[in-house]
Design a protein around this ligand. Structure first.
Ligand SMILES: Cc1cc2nc3c(=O)[nH]c(=O)nc-3n(C[C@H](O)[C@H](O)[C@H](O)COP(=O)(O)OP(=O)(O)OC[C@H]3O[C@@H](n4cnc5c(N)ncnc54)[C@H](O)[C@@H]3O)c2cc1C
Length: 392
């Protein structure tokens, strides 16, 4: 067993494997409580590529409480409404987002992922971050935890956070290796400068077709991020130069400005990602080791909650450490506070993706009619559930 008398945030060293949004947000939340933290990222440099992310009010609140309100304000574009549309452009659902957000005292914003990551790195300070450090495993005992890296180096600390994403090696060692679950669809994403009027610049929309989707997220500085989704076999790829043509073909019958936005995008900046999740775990902590973000609960992006949930993890893990008298119960407390909600997000996101990707024309017609006739309070209820975390 660990030795409780040694526990104090100021004498602890936390090791975080993975420097994505989850790992960096966790490090910043720890720093706020005086916990010495080292983040190990396998890549040599943080890549400038990336796409847009929507951060719903649950994540915005958590980032504010971690002390990152100014960081967020500098890079975020506010979103005031959200539409779900048919392939022809008819509005199926007009979500009264602003009123709901205001009731929770928060807002919804869009950020460029690379800019959020860069801002988090800057807030953390270079001394806490080591790149080119690929974690390959760990050992733990009553005294602490030791992480092994591909370089042969080993680092000792008091607790370990696996923040190493969908293919987490820390998770594999905790619960055993399993392949992720392919959702049956792939997503293309791009960012480009594109003129929008003032109202459009604060409205995000997602358009559902038959086995295909398109969405637009306005970003700061006159840019937009778009995504297109199609049902395809796992691992299918075009030649790189052909991906843009493929998307243009996919959205050729979609309402404007889908085609024009894709056409305006530099072909080399279009990302393609097959979509995966993992069935929920019943536990993701063991002793002095726990997981955050996609390492703990990877989810399909249909609710736009993967990064938001990672940020919730970061905040509540730091709070649990601050308010507990020793590490192991603190990690158990964090897991107990997070696991039900995060797992429910995984499930709901998966179900929403299945309906969104329906292909049969009759199914699509029925789906769209039901969506159009569903009272908006149903969608508000879902939004409230997303916003209603324990962060306040
Ligand atoms: C198409 C798409 C759209 C999305 N849109 C949204 C959205 O609008 N809103 C939202 O909230 N979420 C969204 N998400 C989900 C979101 O991107 C992820 O949930 C989020 O990035 C998870 O963050 P993470 O830090 O847990 O993992 P990651 O972002 O995967 O970061 C893991 C980090 O760990 C590093 N790493 C991996 N293995 C090792 C190792 N062995 N040693 C050291 N380092 C390692 C990686 O290099 C990486 O930097 C979307 C996802 C997709 C695919």
């Amino acid at each position: 067993m660990e030795r409780p008398q040694e526990f104090s945030p100021s004498t602890m060293t936390a090791l975080i494997v993975g420097g994505g949004i989850g790992g960096l947000a966790t490090a910043l939340a720890f720093q706020r409580h005086g916990i010495k933290t080292l983040v190990f990222e396998r890549t040599q440099q943080f890549r400038e590529v990336g796409s847009g992310l929507i951060l719903a009010g649950n994540a915005v609140n958590a980032l504010h409480k971690i002390g990152l309100a100014d960081v967020l304000h500098a890079i975020a574009a506010p979103l005031r409404s959200s539409h779900l549309r048919s392939w022809r452009g008819n509005v199926l659902v007009d979500l009264p987002m602003q009123e709901t957000m205001q009731r929770f005292g928060t807002s919804m914003v869009a950020v460029h992922r690379a800019e959020l990551q860069a801002a988090l790195v800057q807030a953390l300070g270079k001394g806490s971050l080591r790149t080119n450090m690929q974690g390959i495993g760990f050992e733990q005992d009553e005294q602490g935890v030791r992480v092994r890296f591909a370089s042969g180096e080993e680092v000792q600390g008091d607790l370990l956070i696996g923040a190493d994403g969908l293919h987490s090696v820390i998770r594999s060692q905790l619960v055993g290796y399993a392949s992720p679950r392919y959702a049956g669809y792939t997503a293309w994403r791009g960012v480009t400068g594109f003129p929008l009027d003032q109202r459009e610049a604060q409205t995000t929309f997602e358009t559902w077709g038959a086995g295909k989707r398109f969405g637009l997220i306005p970003l700061s500085q006159g840019r937009v991020c778009w995504f297109a989704v199609a049902n395809v076999p796992e691992g299918e790829r075009e030649e790189e130069t052909m991906e843009k043509q493929r998307v243009l073909h996919l959205v050729s019958s979609c309402h404007e400005p889908a085609w024009a936005v894709v056409e305006a995008t530099d072909a080399s900046a279009i990302l393609r990602t097959d979509i995966y999740d993992r069935p929920p775990l019943s536990s993701w902590s063991q002793g002095r080791v726990t997981l955050v973000g996609d390492a703990a609960h990877p989810m399909t992006p249909n609710l736009g909650q993967g990064a938001c949930q990672a940020i919730e993890d970061a905040f509540l893990l730091a709070e649990s450490l601050k308010s507990s008298s020793s590490i192991v119960p603190a990690l158990q407390c964090y897991e107990a506070r997070r696991i039900t909600r995060a797992n429910a997000m995984v499930q709901r996101s998966w179900q929403q993706g299945r309906i969104a990707q329906w292909k049969h024309p009759w199914g699509v017609r029925v789906r769209n009619t039901v969506l159009r006739k569903t009272p908006s309070r149903f969608f508000v209820k879902q939004l409230k559930w997303i916003l209603d975390n324990q962060i306040g």
